[in-house]
Design a protein around this ligand. Sequence first.
Ligand SMILES: Cc1cc2nc3c(=O)[nH]c(=O)nc-3n(C[C@H](O)[C@H](O)[C@H](O)COP(=O)(O)OP(=O)(O)OC[C@H]3O[C@@H](n4cnc5c(N)ncnc54)[C@H](O)[C@@H]3O)c2cc1C
Length: 486
Amino acid sequence: MLPRLEPFVQKLTTDWRGIAAENARPENQPKVRHYNAYNERIDRIVRPYEMQQMEREIFGYGLFSSQQIKNEGIVKRYFLHGNGEAGITCPLACTDGLVALMEHFLDEAPADIQNIYQHVTEGIDGDFAIGAQYMSEIQGGSNIPANILMAKPEGHHYRLFGNKFFCSAVHADYSVVTARIEDTDDIAVFVVPTWLEGDKAREKRNHHVINRLKWKIGTAELPSAEIDYQGAIAYRIGPQNRGVALAVSIVLTRSRLDIGFASGAFLMRAAREAKLYARFRTVFERQIDEFPMAAAQLEDLEHAAKRIVGTAFFIYEAFNRTQQNPHSTEAYVVRELVLLQKIFASKEAVDKLRLAISIFGGHGAIEDFSAIPRLFRDSLVNELWEGPRNVLLAQIYRDIMKMRKQISLDTLISSILTDSSTQEVQYFVEQIDQLMQEDLTALPNAENRRAARRWEQVWEEIFTLFQEQTIKELQDLPILTRTDGC
Ligand SMILES: Cc1cc2nc3c(=O)[nH]c(=O)nc-3n(C[C@H](O)[C@H](O)[C@H](O)COP(=O)(O)OP(=O)(O)OC[C@H]3O[C@@H](n4cnc5c(N)ncnc54)[C@H](O)[C@@H]3O)c2cc1C
């Protein structure tokens, strides 16, 4: 893969890195222009020209094309995360989910979906389409079954009516949207073109308007909007009552895997830059890394970066392997690992990026000195979207409740901690078993509050141990080829 990666990474760490940094400045952040000169509603997303060029170039690599060799797309996306350009990486993750969803039903898909699939994977006349995913509504982001956006059947498609409250990458060509089928309790999943054929150049959106763009703590380059659907044409994918399961198991799972890579790439960049800076800067006649406190913190930072990156690739491989056999024990173990990684990699990224900032002293707070403040803010968003911590911790509890008769706790923990002794596995099994005596989904009381606190801790201990075991052979690899400062 190396010859295919080198020119990509060269571009990424020079031209694209500069554009990403420039694009993050407040004056360059996306805006929405609602009307054109003729008073027609267009809802144009205004972004810098260089940003749009970069987006075309990156999507033009066809990261979801059959021309890519195995794992090439994901390795390139990992490197892209190091630039912290959520305006690119978020729609890439969403496109991944869109492709996977369409692939699941491709044999039976109508021509409209086949065309969209072609546009997204192989491109049409050199134009590669961008994907997005809109599930959250104001009354519940985590709670997709509570969706009220209405889908009204009309011939071979549907029309959507209502609001979606968090719509990132709103400049995308197609989105995966969940909605309730009219007069039923069924939530289905749809693919919705942003523009119908021939309308993109005329900026005539597919029967929807953008109310506003959100002002966010992070991912500022990424336009996240609120959308009102006013009869948008939508193509249903999969059975009409399986929307929630499809959205979670296919689309959100891929975004959650992507957050593992993002957390690792953010930390790897921060660890490298902090390490070089600590060698370059002299304070009180010593390099920063010649103070034991800084040296220990840099070591922790580097180790965390290796743990998260190594584990992200390990879980990704395991996830792909289990796609052939989704009801196997391994698939269950991987499902829990994806949830654990989403919770703890994104949480640790926030903590360790704050630590990296402190190595830089005052310069750590300066936005155009390094990208680390921006990565820090983006990592806070990574903790929230695609399932906040408590939702996923509760999900693990519910999964074990449901599965433990078929697959014992002992099997689950020993499959995660493959290098642990029987005694160590037993310790965790007993801990979890004891905590599960309390109902962690009931209304709070003194006992289940205490158990809830420990529930998070015990899973963090297990996941960190799993990371250590996974990267055992990689941990001595250097993260820098140059160690002489810069
Ligand atoms: C910058 C940004 C961009 C986003 N872009 C998109 C997008 O493009 N598409 C999209 O669909 N969504 C998007 N989201 C929405 C995001 O996915 C939701 O915010 C997230 O799923 C949480 O939903 P919520 O905000 O309604 O929080 P809530 O569900 O209201 O959660 C609030 C709190 O309650 C806890 N909680 C909720 N349910 C449970 C439970 N069952 N058990 C225990 N605790 C629980 C949560 O952990 C959290 O702490 C975006 C969010 C952000 C911040």
